[in-house]
Ligand binder design. Structure first.
Ligand SMILES: Cc1ncc(COP(=O)(O)OP(=O)(O)O)c(N)n1
Ligand SMILES: Cc1nc(C(=O)O)sc1CCOP(=O)(O)O
Ligand SMILES: [Mg+2]
Length: 539
């Protein structure tokens, strides 16, 4: 089942403002293309989430979590603060409500001036606040409303007046696109029913759906005795169980706020509801995993790092940027069988490709003994280093580590990119072969730097490789937050047409046989490079 895209039910937006292709990074022009692309100054829409929630002085949940989650997922986040809490990793020490009229004022300030795509609600501690919010939403309609019915903090402290329950159900839920209770909140909303199983969660989702939201997500993160974190998604017809890993960590403070604001950020970017929920769940799981050993505070429940991706290049601002996506422009991938056929050593083939203008090299040596591979790889590292061309190793993390290569390229049946990142550390380049948007999303979550997408055309170099064609390539590129290199059957005849697609994050082509199944590797590379440069200039 797939959920329908959200219609701008309440306020029409300019079509460009809800595009799912709105990541600023996607339109950054390639320096290689700069002479030809100076004209293309465009207005960039910025997906916008307004969070209406409480401040957490500890910085892990509430407004602070919402702002960080939206930032991490590429959405702008404005905020209306409903309450100020004195809170830390031990619990909530105090709550100070913001006067209701001042909440109205904040809502008015933001909604009357800015084009908000999605409103996400967190702590709404009084009946009056819920009413003011509903009035504001009727006056300033938005594309979607995400309601996280925050009633109790993760430390067990009450965050809302019990009288708001009825008001939540009767007024706010009817306007909501999605409501995201955890099992405790679902139980409270349903008058205290107990929820112990996934089947109970389904029943709860169906009951909450009757209050009026278009979708319900009952979160099972708190369910005991399970190695999985199972959430139940319900659209009024079908239940979908979303399964994730349960990450063992004390740093889970703010997961609910983060999940809801991540859903809001994805909706603001133009996702369908189910896709937004999947991305959000994946994001929370990755953030928890990357933060499991961090320590802040002395209490039992710590915050996690929403911006964990900033630690990975190319976002590790402050340290040297070690991957330039433009290096994907002409990606030479070696093949030992072809080299043997033409009497070329790996080193000579790599040298010739670099002299011809290859901008990155991958050693893809499927038929060479490990010891011989390592010796050749060490020599190639020196050759590439002296030319400033990155050298990656296909599949073999051990060889990459042993020769200190610049990185590794892995496919869907190889060791996962996340594991490779763990093994290589943040300073190395990781590429992942992806044939679907979901695989591209996973590569991003795993900390990869680029994806290889193919086969664009049929190839005889890789057995049983499905051909995606231009349509498949475009679909994956548009879904990918990472730069892409196209691969599969690309040669001097068709390379120009790939670059002429003019897809902003498609940075180049990766080629095996058209460079290496040839007698004159350098001449073939020079020819292909000039074809690519001409094609880029014509876009
Ligand atoms: C740049 C680039 N893209 C895709 C691949 C294919 O990797 P994989 O799917 O792991 O297949 P093998 O190359 O290992 O056969 C690649 N190598 N490089
Ligand atoms: C190694 C590889 N990966 C592919 C993918 O689709 O992921 S296609 C491919 C082979 C590319 O070789 P040639 O340039 O000779 O067609
Ligand atoms: Mg592989």
């Amino acid at each position: 089942m797939s959920s329908a895209p959200l219609q701008p039910i309440l306020r029409p937006h300019p079509p460009s403002s809800i595009s799912s292709f709105s990541s600023p990074r996607r339109t950054r022009p390639s320096p290689l293309a700069r002479p030809c692309r100076l004209a293309a100054a465009r207005e960039m829409p910025w997906p916008h989430v307004l969070t209406v929630a409480g401040s957490d002085s500890g910085g892990g949940a509430g407004i602070q979590a919402d702002v960080k989650a939206c930032a991490a997922l590429g959405a702008y986040c404005s905020s209306v603060i409903t309450a100020v809490t004195a809170q830390n990793t031990a619990g909530v020490q105090g709550v100070h409500l913001v006067p209701e009229e001042f909440i109205r004022k904040q809502l008015n300030s933001v909604l009357s001036d800015m084009s908000v795509d999605v409103v996400k609600t967190g702590m709404l501690p009084s009946v009056g606040i819920v009413q003011i919010l509903c009035e504001s939403l009727r006056k300033f309609p938005v594309k979607a409303l995400v309601v996280d019915p925050v009633m109790v903090s993760t430390s067990g402290d009450s965050l809302s007046d019990p009288s708001t329950l009825k008001n939540y159900r009767d007024e706010l839920f009817a306007m909501a696109d999605i409501v995201t209770p955890n099992v405790k909140e679902a139980s409270k909303l349903l008058g205290g029913v107990s929820l112990h199983t996934v089947s109970d969660m389904r029943d709860a989702a169906a009951s909450i759906y009757k209050f009026g939201p278009r979708y319900v997500l009952v979160k099972g993160g708190d369910m005991p005795d399970s190695s999985e974190a199972i959430d139940v998604f319900y659209d009024g017809k079908e239940f979908i169980e979303l399964r994730g890993h349960r990450i063992k960590t004390r740093n889970t403070h703010g997961t609910g706020c983060t999940l809801a604001s991540s859903i809001a950020a994805e909706l603001a970017k133009g996702s369908t509801m189910l896709h937004a929920v999947r991305v959000a769940k994946n994001f929370v799981e990755s953030a928890l995993d990357h933060s499991k050993d961090l320590t802040i505070g002395n209490g039992p429940q710590g915050p996690f790092d929403h911006l964990f991706r900033l630690k990975f290049p190319p976002y590790n601002i402050g340290s040297q940027q070690r991957f330039n996506p433009d290096s994907l422009f002409l990606y030479a991938v070696t093949d030992s069988r072809m080299n043997k056929k033409w009497g070329h050593s790996i080193e000579d083939a790599v040298k010739a490709a670099i002299e011809g203008g290859a901008t990155i090299v991958q050693l893809r040596e499927k038929d060479v003994e490990s010891r011989e591979f390592l010796e050749a790889a060490k020599a190639c590292v020196e050759i590439c280093k002296s030319s400033g061309v990155p050298l990656l190793i296909n599949d073999r993390v051990d060889i990459a580590l042993a020769c200190n290569a610049d990185g590794v390229h892995v496919g869907q049946s190889d060791i996962s990119a996340r594991k490779v990142r763990e093994l290589l550390g943040p300073g190395k380049i990781i590429g992942v072969s992806c044939k679907t948007p979901a695989q591209a999303e996973q590569a991003w979550n795993d900390g990869a730097d680029y994806i290889g997408c193919g086969g664009v055309f049929p190839t005889t170099t890789k057995a049983n490789n499905p051909t995606l064609g231009f349509e498949g390539l475009k679909t994956v590129c548009l879904a990918s937050k990472l730069p892409v290199v196209a691969i599969g059957g690309i040669n001097a005849t068709n390379a120009g047409s790939v670059m002429e697609l003019g897809i902003p994050n498609l940075k180049g082509v990766a080629v095996v046989s058209a460079l290496f199944d040839r007698e004159h590797v350098m001449a073939e590379t020079m020819n292909l490079r000039s074809i690519l440069t001409n094609a880029l200039c014509s876009v």
